[in-house]
Design a protein around this ligand. Structure first.
Ligand SMILES: [Zn+2]
Ligand SMILES: [Zn+2]
Length: 242
């Protein structure tokens, strides 16, 4: 560790992203909160990344992907937590980031995403975030998915505005599975000025959390309709519904 890093930590001590305890290192979570992180382990659905029970073969699809193949090629999450696990340090850290509107917390979460990233970001032509509704963007002041996208790959790969949101203004949180699907159906389109960028491109779509996958799927529909060659999804956390 360099002298400057040590001095930096002395004057600006790091606090855990989740419990706000002081940590004497630059990793964004304290030891206790880090130990609650659950990386996604095999076996999982090769399309949507949903963890599956048993010791399935490498290429296996979950029931949902078999019944309704998603528009994205594959979705992967760095970590998982259960919908009702209120002790999850990651869930708490993400909620603090989104609802306290502190952009500074984003660099810690971005570090977690980089740390647990199961995909190679440099493979893609563009890394783009799921766009927020204008109302949310005004309230929060930043798009948390864009903050995460910036932490991956090369700066030149980040395309902040490939997609625009034309509907789906009710936040997905708090909605049931069916309502989530209808709320975002047809809600995204490729920006007119970005058509050439999307056509034939390999795109990595980034979001903080994936629950039913309805939002990332609708974004992928728009990108594929715009001629994208590949659309992969990367999220920091996959929420397991139970
Ligand atoms: Zn902690
Ligand atoms: Zn699946």
């Amino acid at each position: 560790m360099s002298l400057w890093t040590r001095l930096g930590e002395f004057f600006y001590p790091c606090v855990c992203l989740s419990c706000e305890r002081l940590v004497g290192h630059s990793f964004p979570l304290c030891a206790k909160c880090s130990s609650s992180l659950k990386p996604v382990a095999r076996p999982y659905c090769s399309r949507c990344g949903l963890p599956l029970a048993g010791t399935a073969a490498r290429e296996v699809l979950c029931g949902e992907c078999l019944r309704h193949p998603p528009a994205f090629d594959r979705a992967r999450a760095a970590f998982i937590y259960n919908q009702f696990d209120h002790t999850s340090a990651l869930a708490r850290a993400i909620a603090r980031f989104k609802y306290t509107r502190k952009l500074a917390l984003g660099s810690g979460l971005a570090e977690l995403l980089r740390h647990g990233c199961p995909l190679d970001p440099f493979y893609y032509d563009w890394i783009t975030p799921v766009p927020l509704t204008l109302e949310r963007l005004r309230w929060r002041g930043f798009n948390q998915a864009l903050a995460l996208a910036h932490s991956l790959g090369d700066r030149k790969q980040v395309a902040a505005n490939l997609l625009e949101r034309t509907a789906g203004n009710t936040p997905q949180a708090g909605l049931g599975r069916r309502e989530r699907l209808t709320n975002v159906r047809g809600a995204f389109r490729v920006r007119e000025s970005c058509r050439a960028q999307v056509s034939g491109a390999k795109i990595l779509l980034v979001d903080d959390v994936m629950t039913t996958g309805a939002t990332v799927n609708e974004c992928s529909v728009a990108l594929k309709r715009g001629g994208a060659q590949t659309v992969d999804v990367l999220v920091l956390a996959r929420v397991i519904l139970s």
